[in-house]
Design a protein around this ligand. Structure first.
Ligand code: ADP
Ligand code: MG
Length: 342
């Protein structure tokens, strides 16, 4: 007879890590989302060797009280929800309380933080799931997380890591999507000591559009329309690419639901339909769109990495998106028809 046993916590965390920590960029995603949840106005990401050697994320957010540092790396420990009701209303990027526990079980991990208003900073280290006691450290208000030698104790995962350039490209793409999600936050990215991206906080719409242009191409602003449309408790804003901004690949599509980049069937269908009669077959629209709605209307607890959401009223959301986009595109069709052919 096989014996049933409860798994040791380190193994539980390593199994959980398998769900969300696929590659270095997944670590960056979790860490930067934590910084944003902590109210950071500045997030700095330093990468070495595509993230295989080092991932460091530094922020100026609210920080963590010294006695809570060990809890931050414990599994199912979070400051973001405390009840089922909270889960239904969750507006933060995180809420599962699993990311730091997972990451610290598959890397050499350090967390240094100085809580808002505190005099001193403290640091804890976790080596492959083993926690070391907190000790005083130097750090400005905010938090730094260092993840070294990712998957050093999970050879199967380490083997699946791609070339340094490929892994860094994933991180760069991820950072672009986060930078578009929060144009009011400053982001910096460096690789092997060289600055790669600097996005200063955008204070107005023009600056926000400049950041969009930086990611989608300098010609995007003049090939897109600003949209801002609200109805039935839904608001859609952002930039809708004109047919002239379309691409051969669906690589310039950013759709955020309450600040979270998502891939969603309902959204994809509405967008496709809205563009159906203005785009040639095989062309993909470019857009940066922000849908905002009451968090109760959308379930974010669908996928561990939270790439997916489920709308409570799918039909309503679909028709709102379709109509908003279709109308915007219809206006340009009329406008273009009146202009002499170029
Ligand atoms: P979750 O984000 O789902 O709550 P995590 O494992 O990512 O779970 O983080 C655990 C907790 O650690 C968070 O709830 C938060 O209280 C704290 N934390 C993590 N990163 C930061 C940070 N950069 N700044 C402040 N607090 C943080
Ligand atoms: Mg988190």
């Amino acid at each position: 007879m096989p014996v049933i046993r409860v798994l040791p916590p380190e193994l539980i965390n390593q199994i959980a890590a398998g769900e969300v920590i696929e590659r270095p960029s997944s670590v960056v995603k979790e860490l930067v989302e934590n910084s944003l949840d902590a109210g950071a106005t500045r997030v700095e990401v330093d990468i070495e060797q595509g993230g295989a050697r080092l991932i460091r994320v530094r922020d100026d957010g609210g920080g963590i009280a010294p006695d809570e540092l060990p809890l931050a790396v414990a599994s199912h420990a979070t400051s973001k929800i405390g009840s089922f009701d909270d889960l239904e209303h969750v507006a933060s990027m995180g809420f599962r309380g699993e990311a730091l526990a997972s990451v610290s079980s598959v890397a050499r991990f350090a967390l240094t933080s100085r809580a808002r208003g505190a005099e001193a900073a403290f640091r804890i280290e976790v080596d492959g799931g083993k926690l070391q006691a907190a000790r005083p450290a130097q750090h400005p208000p905010g938090t730094s997380v260092e993840v070294r030698d990712l998957f050093y104790n999970v050879p199967a995962r380490r083997k699946f890591m791609r070339a340094e350039r490929t892994e860094f490209a994933h991180i760069d793409d991820l950072l672009k999507s986060l930078a578009l999600a929060r144009s009011g936050v400053e982001f910096r990215l460096s690789h092997n000591g060289k600055p790669v991206r600097v996005w200063k906080a955008a204070r107005d719409e023009q600056a926000a559009l400049a950041r969009v242009a930086d990611v989608l191409g300098e010609e995007f602003p003049e090939r897109s329309l600003r949209i801002d449309h609200a109805a039935a408790g839904l608001r859609l804003s952002g930039w809708v690419g004109l047919p002239t901004a379309s691409r051969g690949q669906p690589d310039s599509q950013f759709f955020y639901v309450n600040g979270r980049l998502v891939r969603d069937r309902v959204v994809a269908h509405a967008v496709r339909q809205a563009y159906a009669d203005v785009l040639f077959h095989g062309r993909h629209p470019a857009f940066v769109l922000y849908l905002e709605l009451d968090p109760v209307g959308v379930d974010v607890n669908v996928h561990p990495a939270k790439h997916e959401v489920r709308f409570r009223e799918q039909r309503l959301v679909h028709d709102f998106l379709f109509r908003s986009l279709h109308e915007a595109l219809a206006q340009t069709r009329a406008g273009q028809a009146m202009q002499p052919a170029a």
